[in-house]
Structures are given as C-alpha cells and as structure tokens.
Design a binder for this molecule. Structure first.
Ligand SMILES: [Zn+2]
Length: 177
C-alpha cells in the first residue's frame, strides 16, 4: 500500500472510471478493489494517519474536504426576501387557533340538538375570527411598521408613472416593503 500517494480516488482497474480508493467495491462496476472490507479499512486508516493533513478525509470521498469556507454558502432567506420585495409573514401560532375555530364550526354541522349547534357555530366563528384578525391584522402589520404607508406611496408613484398599467403594477408594488 502506497501511503505517499495523496489521491483518495483511483481509476478502477476494470472499468477505468474514477472510484473511491478505499472503498471495497468500485462505485461504477462493482469490481472488488480490496480483498475484504477489513483490509480496505485498515489501508485507509494507515493512509490517513500517514499525514496529519488527511485527518478529515473520509473513506468513500473522491477528494479530500476543503476548508471551512467550502461548507456551503449561508443564505439569510429573510434578508433575501426583503431584497427581492417578497413579503414574508412572520412565524405565528395563530394558524393553530384558526384551525381550532374551523374544528368547532365543523362540529356545528353534526346533527346535535339545535341549541348546541348554534353555540358551537358561534364559538367556532369567534375563535376563527380571533385567529384571522390576530394573524393578518395584529401580528403581520406589527412586524412591518410603515408597510401600509410605503406601499401606498409606491402605489401612487407607480400610478402616476404608468396609469395604463395600473393593475399589474399594483400587484407587484404591493409586495415591496
Ligand atoms: Zn469499475
């Protein structure tokens, strides 16, 4: 075993395609590269321990891992949405309350006695409206102060710029925060 060879991948002796050097089988054709899994594992460990720079290498990778900057780009989707003018609703537990209201309203459809159904319908509607108002009116606007004013201003400007295209512009502009 040549531990001085830094490659983690080799060309398979049978199919000639690139495969993990310390894998038991070729990824492409299934050719057994090593006599046994234990043998391949021991070879990999010997290879890895021969150089401190190889300690983060994994056995079935085709190339060694790159630095921490290669761990993928971190994207702030909230920020991205803001830049693109997409209105993101804040995280909320009001949808659960809305579902609860719908549940009670659905129970009102069950043929219980009429007073019970009326009570269920009123209770369900009250809970439902509480959830909708809380979610759409209270919470959503609280997280976006000045949203109304900004969209109103942009709306007016857009209307002045292109009165003919008012309808499509309005839809687009409403989303700009
Ligand atoms: Zn192969």
């Amino acid at each position: 075993m040549d531990v001085s060879n830094p490659a983690l991948a080799i060309n398979c002796p049978t199919c000639g395609l690139l495969t993990a050097r310390f894998g038991l089988y070729c990824h492409n054709c299934g050719y057994a590269i090593w006599p046994s899994s234990r043998f391949a594992s021991a070879a990999f460990q010997a290879w890895r321990d021969a150089d401190a720079a190889r300690r983060d290498c994994r056995r079935f990778d085709l190339e060694p891992p790159h630095g921490p900057e290669d761990q993928g780009e971190v994207v702030d989707f909230e920020q991205k949405a803001h830049e693109l003018g997409i209105h993101m609703p804040p995280p909320s537990s009001y949808p659960i309350i809305i579902c609860l209201g719908l549940f009670f309203m659905a129970l009102a459809a069950v043929p219980f006695g009429t007073p019970a159904r009326i009570v269920l319908a009123i209770l369900g509607l009250a809970v439902f409206l509480f959830g909708v108002i809380g979610w759409v009116v209270v919470e959503d606007t609280r997280h976006f102060p000045g949203f109304e004013a900004a969209s109103q201003g942009a709306h007016t400007e857009a209307m002045a710029a292109a009165p003919g295209a008012a309808q499509p512009t309005e839809t687009r502009v409403e989303e700009v925060n």
